[in-house]
Each structure stands twice: as structure tokens, then as C-alpha cells.
Design a binder for this molecule. Structure first.
Ligand code: SF4
Length: 436
């Protein structure tokens, strides 16, 4: 049987730079789970065109919320051509009934333990509408070998996942809803095997919190230390700074940069969040400690929270520059379906569009409490521009001299993106915000 696996773009007319694209792990997990007698072709639309006439028996499309409209368009096209289409990924898992309006079948949640069954059912002409295996054993997680795919990609970064699940259930995030509260692990020997087989020395751990279970993380870091890799990932700042052994092992195992969800520097706002670090002076101390360990800091901030006024933009940029944070993602609050924020905004009639393609944490799709949607949009864009100005990059370099090459490479990519964003927002002014 021939299977075509697709990850669609948000907009097929505007693609990301090929070199900046990380391999879409979901597709390669499916490829790894497919029994070897079947032929699989993977298409990441950001890097290659989709041939709608491609000879295949089954089409699998994986999508998030922002690329769901494009996924649905592809479902229509393939079905017109007589193909059977399966949808999976975050958005179809949260809204399976919506997905079934376009596809023959939907995989809810994780693919391990259901993908093989789905293929068998399809061969026996007995495909079900929904497949769901909650919290599968991650022993079965076998991503396909990445060695050929990564050659022309950013830093040859290989994506690897070690855990799924999160106990915190933050109100703007659907990870707990999707993967459950319990943290499940991939066996460490499998991770070591996957890193070795990838042939790369640069690894991106995709876990929502690579240190969420410190005992497991310490074992993992001890096991990968002899591999002499460089890695980046996402972690909880409070967990990492309170455990000196964990921080030391993290750095010694090759960690070069970590993504921290700081979200807000407004103490009243932080108070309402499930965060262990509640005060700004504690936050500054924690950032200093990470830098001292030789790890670059990528902070993720959210604008548009209910406490935010127009003052929050400059205040946040000042804080990030003062603390010489290496790079930052400036997001706007995005009420993704499946989150408490979405349910609240829907009830309060605060959503301004139902077009999923704008649900991308870069576009304002709701009415904030203390400013207009456009003021929030432009405030976020200008913060990004200020933080990535040449003078700001150079002044922050002084606090990142322990890894200047990676620091400059990371900032260069963000500077380019900041310029593109300013152009995009100018266009959105008329389409999305009208006379706002
Ligand atoms: S934002 Fe992070 S900590 Fe909160 S639920 Fe999502 S993954 Fe867990």
C-alpha cells in the first residue's frame, strides 16, 4: 500500500525559508510506526509542493489550529480525487467532529498503538471514524531516521521527544488536555539509540519541559553526556534553579540554550498563574543563575493577559534588555480551542474571528481588557522590533559572551522575522482590525 503523509502550511503562497524549517516530527513518527511492507512518502509543504495527483491509497494529514483551514482544503482536493483521508494532530484531536466534516477518519491524540490498527482496518475495508489510544506507552515511539532529511536544515537540528504529558494545565495551553497530566517517558536507551542513529551532533528536545521529572532527566543527561552533542530544549525555570545538581548535569550534557515560558513580568498577573517564581527579583536571580551555568536564555512572553495595559510593552522590553536575555518570542495570548481561555472568551463574547488561520499566537483574535485589539497587535510588533534592533543585539551581546556565535545566529534569525512581521501587520490593519 502507498501512504502519503502531509504537514500543510498555513498559507501555501507564503512559505518559511526552507533552511529555517525543523523536520515535522509527527510525520516521521507515523512513518516510523508504519509496517515496513508499505511505501511511505512524507511531504512538508513548507519545503516542497504537494502533488494532488500523487499515486497513493491513503493520505494522512497532521495539523495544528492555524494550518487547519489549509488541511481541510487538501482533504477536499484529495477526496475529489477518490482518496481516503485521515486527519490527526492537535486541532483534529481537540475538535474531531469538525475534522470529520472534511476527512474520512480522525486520529485523536497520539498515534502510537492506533496507526498500525488504522492501516489494517483500511486494508480490510473496515476503517472506523475515530481512533484514540489515551496515554500510550512511549516504548513504542520510533521516529524514522532523520539523517537524510536534516542535511539542508537549520543547524542540522534533529528533533527528539523524551516525554509527554504535563501536570500544570495552564489556562492558555492544551498540552494537559491532549497528553494527560501524567508525565510519560521514552526509555533512555531508545533516546541514546535515536541520537546515535541520527548522525547529528545537534539535537532539539521537543518536550514541553525536559526537566519535568528531575530523576528521569538526571539519568537522561548522564546517559547523553558521553555522546558529546549540543542540545537545546524547553524547561521550567523554577525547577532548574532550585536543583544545583540538575542544572550542572543539564549544562554538562551539552545544553547550549533553553526556552523558558516566563509569560509575564507583571507580579499581579504572575500571581494568578501556576508559577513557583512570583517576584521579579527572584526571576532576575534565576536568570543570572542560568547564565552562570553557560546556557543561553530564550524567553517566551505573552501580551494581552487581562492585567496588561499599554505600559506593559516598554516595561517588558526594558526588563529583557536589562537582564541581557539572549532571545525572546513575543506572543499575543492565543485562545486556542481546547484551552480554558478559549472557553472563557467564547462565553464573554470576546473572540473577534473564527478563522482558525489567525490562531497562531502572533495575531490578535480577541478583545483585550485594557486596550484595543490593534493596540495589542502593534504593541507586540514594536516590542519585537525594539528588542531585535542592532543596538539592542549588540548591548545584550555583552551578557552572552560565553556563546557569542550561537547568540548572534539566534538573534540574526529573529531580526529577519521581526522585519517580516512589521510588513504582515501593516496588511492585517485593513483585513482584521478595520477602523480599530
Ligand atoms: S504551558 Fe507548559 S507548564 Fe503550562 S500546561 Fe502547557 S506545557 Fe504544561
Amino acid at each position: 500500500m502507498r501512504i502519503l503523509l502531509i504537514s500543510p502550511t498555513i498559507d501555501s503562497e507564503k512559505r518559511t525559508n526552507k533552511e529555517l524549517m525543523l523536520p515535522q516530527l509527527a510525520l516521521y513518527i507515523l512513518e516510523g510506526l508504519t509496517p515496513p511492507e508499505h511505501e511511505v512518502k512524507v511531504i512538508e509543504e513548507e519545503v516542497s509542493d504537494i502533488d494532488l495527483e500523487h499515486e497513493c491509497d491513503l493520505v494522512g494529514i497532521s495539523c495544528m489550529t492555524a494550518n487547519a483551514p489549509r488541511a481541510y482544503e487538501l482533504c477536499r482536493e484529495f477526496k475529489k480525487r477518490g482518496k481516503t483521508v485521515v486527519l490527526g494532530g492537535v486541532h483534529p484531536s481537540i475538535l474531531p467532529e469538525e475534522a470529520l466534516q472534511y476527512a474520512d477518519c480522525v486520529v485523536i491524540g497520539e498515534a502510537e498503538g492506533v496507526w498500525e490498527q488504522l492501516i489494517k482496518d483500511f486494508e480490510n475495508n473496515d476503517l472506523k471514524k475515530k481512533y484514540h489510544n489515551p496515554e500510550p506507552d512511549l516504548e513504542k515511539y520510533i521516529p524514522k531516521d532523520f539523517s537524510k532529511i536534516i542535511k539542508k536544515r537549520l543547524f542540522n537540528l534533529v528533533p527528539i521527544m523524551t516525554t509527554r504529558g504535563c501536570p500544570y494545565n495552564c489556562e492558555f495551553c492544551c498540552v494537559t488536555n491532549l497528553f494527560g497530566k501524567k508525565i510519560r517517558h521514552v526509555p533512555i536507551k531508545n533516546i541514546v539509540r535515536d541520537i546515535k542513529e541520527s548522525g547529528s551532533k545537534n539535537i532539539l528536545f521537543l518536550d514541553d519541559n525536559i526537566i519535568g521529572h528531575p530523576k528521569y532527566s538526571k539519568e537522561l543527561f548522564r546517559a547523553i553526556k558521553p555522546l558529546n552533542i549540543s542540545w537545546v530544549g524547553q524547561a521550567s525555570l523554577s525547577l532548574l534553579v532550585k536543583d544545583d545538581e540538575l542544572l550542572q548535569l543539564t549544562a554538562e550534557s551539552g545544553c547550549k540554550a533553553l526556552f523558558f515560558g516566563i509569560e509575564s513580568i507583571d507580579e499581579a498577573q504572575i500571581e494568578s498563574m501556576p508559577k513557583a517564581i512570583k517576584q521579579i527579583n527572584q526571576l532576575e536571580e534565576a536568570l543570572k543563575k542560568i547564565k552562570k551555568a553557560g546556557i543561553l536564555i530564550h524567553a517566551s512572553m505573552i501580551f494581552g493577559l487581562d492585567n496588561d495595559t499599554k505600559e506593559i510593552f516598554d516595561k517588558t522590553v526594558r526588563f529583557l534588555k536589562k537582564n541581557k536575555v539572549s532571545t525572546v518570542s513575543f506572543n499575543v495570548l492565543s485562545p486556542y480551542p481546547g484551552t480554558k481561555v478559549y472557553e472563557n472568551f467564547k462565553k464573554e463574547n470576546r473572540l473577534t474571528t473564527n478563522d482558525w488561520k489567525f490562531y497562531d499566537h502572533n495575531t490578535v483574535v480577541f478583545r483585550p481588557k485594557n486596550m484595543t485589539p490593534y493596540e495589542l497587535q502593534i504593541g507586540k510588533t514594536n516590542s519585537r522590533k525594539k528588542f531585535y534592533s542592532i543596538s539592542s543585539v549588540l548591548s545584550r551581546l555583552l551578557g552572552n559572551l560565553y556563546n557569542p556565535v550561537l547568540y548572534l545566529a539566534m538573534n540574526y534569525g529573529h531580526m529577519k522575522q521581526a522585519r517580516l512581521e512589521a510588513k504582515r501587520v501593516a496588511k492585517l490593519k485593513t483585513t482584521l482590525f478595520g477602523n480599530d
